[in-house]
Write a protein that binds this ligand. Structure first.
Ligand code: ADP
Ligand code: MG
Length: 418
């Protein structure tokens, strides 16, 4: 990149130590600082945080950031503080005294950046307090959580729909890594964004190779796969905590350096296992979907789905944790028809009829993806309403003529029928 100097580039370097913007960051920063609402879809690792943290520092007042995960908030705040940003967070993990202290520094204008849990916005007291503060921008991170059509709907997010009325003069920015056009329209309308600057980065991850294989019973398939990846870093996703534990133990017995990760482990163990993986002390983490959000490990060379993912969005997010350094990496889904009724069993137990219908729809799309004879990359991109430019990718199992799972649509339809 050429050596540009502009006030924005100088600030980028001074505050974050970066020499240039990543694609789309500068446009978003400029839109926000110009007072415009923003809707941006950028892939995981694309650098969304910087898009609001830079304006947070440069604009007068406090930038408000709504984020769904308590654990991520603390990490983000710690990282921001290391860059000298005056940042804090407000959620239920703080005791009353700490919450009061944060609110006081918000009121006295001492904060550049405040991370807030979405449920706060349902509290009148908090809303009144906000209305009296100097807020620079309002940011909704993981904005797909507001849409029932997204893959991770959170009712708490619905209270954000009145944010625009509460802070009428404040630019609002919605960020997410995954949104179809339908979800995008839903987010824009639910948040009431006003003629937003819309940015959709490409979903294509050219350095990832997608493969689907028939899942074989027994241990040998996974073990021989891992032997191919010997000494490399990877994630194996499984649905249940029990299968995570069993698989991790089985791999350890075979001499593969693997650790389990799921929400049922003690905090300490979960944290230690995650750290061991990040520091390359083990090669493999066997995990439920609880693993991955907010983890920034660049050298993940493979992601194996040993059970069906729950939606194309989840599949995209989970495989997206591979190859963040840009090096070639493989994403392998192990597919078995026998897994479909297992997932159905859980879906049928769902009490909310809408939720049940959405889960079933998501599952049928995953099955259609796995059993399709269309280029995997093309299908994934089409799911996000993006067309693969040019020919098929040439690298997935379908393009290579290696696909094992062929049309099981009739079977799938039968299992999926209501
Ligand atoms: P996202 O939220 O989109 O998944 P993050 O905001 O967590 O991504 O950023 C991912 C990584 O990229 C972080 O380690 C961040 O420091 C780095 N990053 C962001 N912007 C730049 C940049 N302009 N130059 C270099 N690194 C960057
Ligand atoms: Mg992020």
């Amino acid at each position: 990149p050429s050596l540009q100097t502009s006030p924005l580039n100088d600030a980028l370097h001074r505050i974050f130590g970066f020499h240039s913007f990543r694609p789309n960051q500068e446009e978003i920063v400029r839109a926000l600082m110009g007072g415009r609402d923003v809707f941006a879809v950028m892939p995981t690792g694309g650098g969304k945080s910087l898009c609001y943290q830079l304006p947070a520092v440069l604009m007068p007042g406090t930038a408000l950031v709504v984020s769904p995960l308590i654990s991520l908030m603390k990490d983000q705040v710690d990282a921001a503080r290391l860059n000298g940003i005056k940042a804090a967070f407000l959620n239920s993990s703080l005791d009353f005294t700490d919450q009061s202290a944060v609110l006081r520094s918000l009121q006295s204008g001492d904060l550049d950046l405040l991370y807030v849990a979405p449920e706060r916005f349902a509290l009148d007291q908090f809303r009144e307090l906000l209305a009296g503060c100097c807020i620079s921008i309002a940011v909704i991170d993981e904005a797909h959580c507001i849409s029932e059509w997204g893959h991770d709907f959170r009712p708490d997010y619905l209270s954000l729909s009145s944010l625009v009325e509460l802070l009428p003069d404040v630019p609002v920015a919605a960020f997410t890594a995954t949104a179809t056009q339908k979800v995008q329209r839903d987010i824009v309308s639910k948040l009431g964004l006003r003629d937003p600057f819309v940015l959709r980065a490409s979903f294509d991850r050219p350095n990832l190779t997608y493969e689907v294989r028939f899942k074989e019973a027994g241990e040998s398939q996974l073990v021989s796969l891992l032997n191919e990846f010997s000494g490399q870093s990877g994630i194996i996703y499984r649905t249940s905590r029990k299968s995570v534990n069993d698989t991790a133990a089985m791999l350890q017995k075979r001499g593969i350096r693997a650790l389990p990760y799921h929400a049922g482990l003690a905090d300490r163990e979960r944290h230690d296992n995650q750290e061991a993986f990040i520091r390359d002390e083990v090669d493999v983490i066997v995990a439920t979907v609880a693993f991955g959000m907010g983890i920034d490990k660049s050298n993940v060379r493979f992601v194996i789905h040993a059970d069906l993912p729950k939606s194309i969005e989840s599949y995209y997010q989970e495989t997206g944790r591979a190859g963040r350094d840009g090096e070639n990496s493989r994403c392998i889904m192990l597919f078995s028809h026998a897994d479909i009724p297992k997932v159905r069993f859980f879906i049928d137990a769902m009490l909310d009829e809408d939720e049940r219908r959405r889960a079933l729809d998501a599952l049928s799309k995953v099955v259609a993806f796995a059993s399709s004879t269309v280029c995997r990359r093309r299908m994934l991109l089409e799911h996000f309403d993006e067309e693969l430019p040019g020919d098929n990718c040439g690298s997935c199992d379908v393009c290579q003529g290696l696909h094992e799972v062929t049309d099981c649509t009739v079977e799938a339809q039968m299992v999926l029928s209501t």
